[in-house]
Design a binder for this molecule. Sequence first.
Ligand SMILES: Nc1nc2c(ncn2[C@@H]2O[C@H](COP(=O)(O)OP(=O)(O)OP(=O)(O)O)[C@@H](O)[C@H]2O)c(=O)[nH]1
Ligand SMILES: [Mg+2]
Ligand SMILES: [Zn+2]
Length: 307
Amino acid sequence: MYPGAVRVRGRVHEAGGGVYRIRLQDDREIEASLRGRLKQQRRTGSRVVIGDIVTVGSSGDAWTIESVEERSTELVRRGRGGRAPKLLAANLDKAFMVVSAKNPDATVQLIDRLLMLGEASGMQSILVINKLDAPGAPEVEAIFAPMYQTVGYEVLSVSAETGVGVELLCQRMCEGTSTLIGPSGVGKSSLLNAVDPELELRTGELSRKTQTGRHTTVSSRIISLACGGLVADTPGFGDVALWGVAPEEIAACFPEFAGPSELCRFRGCTHVHEPDCGVRAALEAGDIFDSRYQSYLTARVEAEEAR
Ligand SMILES: Nc1nc2c(ncn2[C@@H]2O[C@H](COP(=O)(O)OP(=O)(O)OP(=O)(O)O)[C@@H](O)[C@H]2O)c(=O)[nH]1
Ligand SMILES: [Mg+2]
Ligand SMILES: [Zn+2]
């Protein structure tokens, strides 16, 4: 350090093209680049992402990120082709897992994948079922909402179009730091606009043929809501898959397995073939949903293949 140099802590709100937009502790917003040493680390996977708490230094008008603090949560998903992991965001404590009841239609497979991703990332997940106004949506909502409440998740049924449920969503978003996650076209950006109309985020048309989105949001960024909450808008992802989760860790991504698995005869029971398995007993008794158990089996097979 030399006279005139400053070092400040801040949080990365946006990252792209080697430029990082950072909100400093004193609420100033600056742009910084990565220091050479950190650029090298970036190649080995520990790159700087939105949500990271960093120390930036300035010795004039240029800011550089000098260090990155240890992360409390990491949102990681599998990269294209199932190879390298992709770190999406850090230090977010809540995830709004957004699906639309209709157009595109939600499925239990999709919802389970999103919830597994949240559990594996160490974030608290809230399931958001959007487009409640669409024809046929209330029927879908009437199946999924009670189902996932039984599993133990908070479920918010909303419509960005009519504003139904948006007040409660807003209340949840105003607490702490969170992110919206879900496929393209389900209305993540529309919901943020409904919560805070001044944001004027771009939203997209659905493909007429497939009723899916067209990746309107192209990069993740953290938005400061007027109420004080921080929320990340992320591009929708089609391929929601877990990365780096070992087969034996998958059960922990299903909160309703915890109690029943205490009754398994064998320690380290996979809940697939062992005798006297508490999880399968709960399944047979109807205390665990068939579709959830199927999602568990599918995720285990995928994790085995990725090993
Ligand atoms: N009927 C209805 N349409 C909605 C609702 N919310 C969003 N939409 C429409 O769904 C389309 C996609 O909305 P976006 O907000 O761009 O979706 P997104 O999840 O941000 O999509 P990506 O940025 O591509 O990941 C737009 O045409 C919206 O107008 C809703 O509550 N009801
Ligand atoms: Mg969007
Ligand atoms: Zn078992």
